[in-house]
Ligand binder design. Structure first.
Ligand code: HEM
Length: 408
């Protein structure tokens, strides 16, 4: 028998994640919990019980209040969906003020100004990929032909690793992001493979510095020994490489799919001036990370949404749920491409707010603008139920292939 969220008290644990119709569905339990019990006890597949926060107000507290720690999850048997323990050493496992030390090193590289300087290159790449699609002819797989190569090439060029290696590192980053049910040894092996790949590039860049982010990070580490350990440097490179392509690639493919399935493609093609609000709305509406979110551990007892989270307990900030919060968004279930007030949490909140947001936004906007302009009659080349999907448990959701067609 399954437990429905409205039954029981906040302290009675619900099994989490909720059973979900994978793809891009948002489990109905989130809406019920927002209305009835915004901070609810949950039991995870590993590590026991914690709390689930479903409303934007409490989620912002969990993400932004220093009483909630990411560092406390390192090597700890906290509630989680995956067997492996958080090994730490990465930017997402640091708390302020140590976190700021690593964050400062990358914030300049992905600042709005620097991303603007990259825009012509992004436009050029998009132009080449569109030309490639035309040359291949309708139908094509949008994932292989467009949405995956774009962010991979951009992040590789920014970082300074060869995009030609993508088949190698993509395979491992997919295992790292595979989610529930994947044995810890597999995730550890994939993560080690990525680390040694990046370590090799660090060594090469150290011997022969170039004008790229990896060389800049090495210089920052070597100038001031205390700033970044060698392992932190390599881990940061892996994080940027993995986070920089999986997320944006799936965001682009999911956005195209959603616009096609909801019958909004042609309308947006006729109204390119709506692109900026449309992209924000797609970021809000599409549950890219599904039910996954990184837990925070309370450093002291904290009152939160009607319960007391005890020191040492973990809370999951359900960012997907926050993006459908009725107290923040009018008609949250409606995909409104002209929504003007849109304070979504797709890029998080607080100290760990996604530093790649300006880059991701630029890539998604440039990509969609070109596809809408070049293929205003784009359509799915297979019935929507036959679009091949990534693993059901993948931490980042999206189609494995997206066959699309147009009139030549
Ligand atoms: C649509 C695309 C993207 C989405 C939806 C996204 C989402 C997120 C979210 C929600 C977080 C915060 C996680 C948390 O606090 O638990 C985050 C952090 C992060 N993201 Fe992104 N991201 C995207 C693209 C990128 C890109 C392109 C890069 C690389 C350039 C990137 C690099 C990072 C890094 C390094 C962090 C950790 C920041 C920190 O701990 O201070 N992301 N991202």
């Amino acid at each position: 028998m399954t437990t429905t969220p409205e039954r029981g008290t906040p302290e009675q644990p619900l099994p989490y994640p909720f059973p979900d119709g994978h793809r891009l569905d948002v489990p109905p339990e989130f809406a019920e919990l927002r209305a009835t019990c915004p901070v609810r006890r949950v039991r995870l597949p590993y590590g026991g019980e914690g709390w689930l926060a479903t409303r934007q107000a409490e989620i912002k507290t969990v993400l932004g209040d220093p009483r909630f720690s990411r560092a406390a999850t390192v090597q700890a048997d906290v509630p989680r969906t995956q067997e492996w323990l958080n090994p730490g050493g990465d930017i997402l496992s640091l708390d302020p003020p140590e976190h700021a030390r690593m964050r400062r090193l990358i914030s300049g590289a992905f600042s709005r100004r620097n991303v603007e300087a990259w825009r012509p290159r992004i436009e050029e790449l998009v132009g080449e990929l569109v030309a490639g699609m035309r040359a291949a002819g309708s139908p094509v797989d949008l994932v292989d032909a467009f949405s995956m190569p774009l962010p991979i090439t951009v992040i590789c060029e920014m970082l300074g690793v060869p995009a030609a290696d993508q088949h190698f590192f993509q395979r491992f980053s997919e295992v790292v992001f595979s989610g529930e049910g994947v044995p810890a040894e597999d995730v550890e092996a994939a993560s080690e493979a990525l680390m040694s790949y990046l370590a090799e590039h660090v060594a090469r860049h150290r011997a022969e510095p170039r004008d790229d982010l990896l060389s800049a990070l090495i210089a920052a580490r070597d100038e001031d020994e205390g700033r970044l350990s060698e392992e932190e440097l390599v881990t940061l490179g892996v994080t940027i490489l993995a986070a920089g392509h999986e997320t944006t690639a799936n965001a682009i493919a999911n956005s195209v799919l959603t616009l096609l399935v909801d019958g909004l493609w042609a309308e947006l093609a006729r109204h390119p001036e709506r692109l900026d609000t449309a992209v924000e709305e797609l970021l809000r509406f599409i549950p890219l990370g599904g039910q996954e979110s990184l837990p925070r551990v309370a450093a002291e007892d904290v009152k939160l949404g009607g319960v007391v989270v005890r020191e040492g307990e973990a809370v999951f900030p359900a960012m997907v749920s926050a993006n459908f919060d009725e107290e923040v968004f009018a008609d949250p279930q409606v995909l409104d491409l002209r929504r003007s007030h849109n304070p979504h949490l797709a890029f998080g909140f607080g100290p760990h707010f996604c530093p790649g947001a300006p880059l991701a936004r630029t890539e998604i906007r440039v990509a969609l603008a070109a596809l809408l302009r070049e293929f205003p009659d784009l359509r799915l080349a297979v019935p929507r139920t036959e679009v091949p999907w990534r693993e059901r448990t993948a931490l980042i959701r999206g189609p494995r292939h997206l066959p699309v067609a147009w009139h030549p």
